[in-house]
Design a protein around this ligand. Structure first.
Ligand code: G3P
Ligand code: CA
Length: 321
């Protein structure tokens, strides 16, 4: 009798155990922490090279692959960047996709495909139209960072780049999650365009839906967007982009409820990086392509550096000495 009762229970337990094992195996690993280190203590500041600076591939590894594409993301991942940064724009039909400029003509063949649509403003094209465009051929033709000429991009890679599409935000975030990676979503300023009213809430809704809250930093030069992010989901980390020095970065971050100050490299000195970091905020600096500046910012304990050359930053941003 005992045996007859325990047999089905054993089977059930085995099935439950199997289901748990399968669930554990298929689950995505937890995201690595976005912030490079816990907030440093003031007394640590005199120690050079004492924190790890995140290597952030600017628009993907854009010196080696067409910017703001999954090819550039894959290249940055291959190099070992900690994170990729990309720009989000809104199409005429309200879809979110990756693009830096207000116009489509620098990085795609839109002039050829839609000759009558000058000045090719991105918000006047539907996503279906944008998806017809080639966002890779221009890179191979122009070699903007001369890395093809330097032999750093193989002929096979160049051939693959032709025909590259502009990813949707969904595709970019899915790529990030599938690779257990991190992303900086920069929301481009949509003021004066139809997307302005809803872009932030759409981005946050997608971040929530795809459960990538702990993998992303949302930044913008439009600081009211950062307040809207916090209203929609206070758990998402935000970064205030500035192109000129803010008179009081700490007050700015406190007012916005932001976690990070993201200045242009020309708008900040190493001492200021240390001061902001000592107050427990992150400092992510753009766009740094030369090695001496990278070194000085790593020494200043910058939280992260945006670079078009993650391959150059890689050996410098390793664990501190
Ligand atoms: O987020 C850093 C940097 O990407 C901001 O400038 O013009 O390259 O988008 P931009
Ligand atoms: Ca950007």
């Amino acid at each position: 009798m005992t045996n007859l009762m325990t047999y089905p229970i054993r089977i059930m337990l085995t099935l439950v155990l199997l289901a748990l094992l399968i669930a554990a195996a298929t689950c995505t690993s937890p995201a690595p922490p976005l912030v490079s280190q816990p907030p440093p203590k003031p007394q640590e500041t005199a120690t050079p090279m004492c924190t790890r600076t995140l290597n952030i591939a600017h628009r993907g590894a854009r010196s080696l692959a067409p910017e703001n594409t999954l090819a550039a993301a894959a290249k940055a991942l291959e190099i070992g960047a900690d994170m990729w940064e990309f720009d989000v724009a809104v199409s005429a039909d309200g879809e979110l996709f990756l693009l830096h400029d207000d116009r489509l003509d620098r990085t795609s063949n839109v002039r050829e495909l839609f000759p009558g649509r000058a000045p090719w403003s991105s918000h006047t094209f539907t996503l279906a139209e944008i998806r017809q465009l080639d966002f890779g051929a221009w890179f191979v033709a122009l070699d903007p960072f001369k890395q093809i000429a330097a032999g750093k991009v193989s002929p096979q890679e160049s051939a693959r780049y032709r025909g590259e599409k502009a990813p949707t935000l969904r595709e970019a975030l899915e790529f990030t999650r599938q690779n257990n990676w991190r992303a900086n979503i920069e929301i481009k300023d949509q003021r004066g365009k139809p997307g302005d009213a809803t872009v932030v809430e759409k981005v946050v809704a997608l971040v929530d839906e795809l459960r990538v809250t702990d993998r992303v930093l949302i930044s913008s030069f439009n600081h009211s967007y950062l307040e809207r992010v916090k209203k929609a989901n206070p758990a998402i980390a935000t970064g205030a982009l500035v192109s000129t020095p803010d008179p009081d970065p700490l007050a700015l971050l406190r007012r916005l409820g932001a976690q990070a100050y993201n200045p242009n490299v020309k708008a900040i000195e190493p001492a200021e990086v240390r001061r902001i970091r000592d107050q427990g905020f992150d400092v992510f600096i753009y766009t740094v392509n030369d090695e001496p500046t990278m070194r000085s910012l790593v020494e200043a304990r910058a939280s992260g550096i945006f670079t078009d050359f993650p391959q150059t930053l890689k050996p410098l941003s390793a664990d501190c000495r």
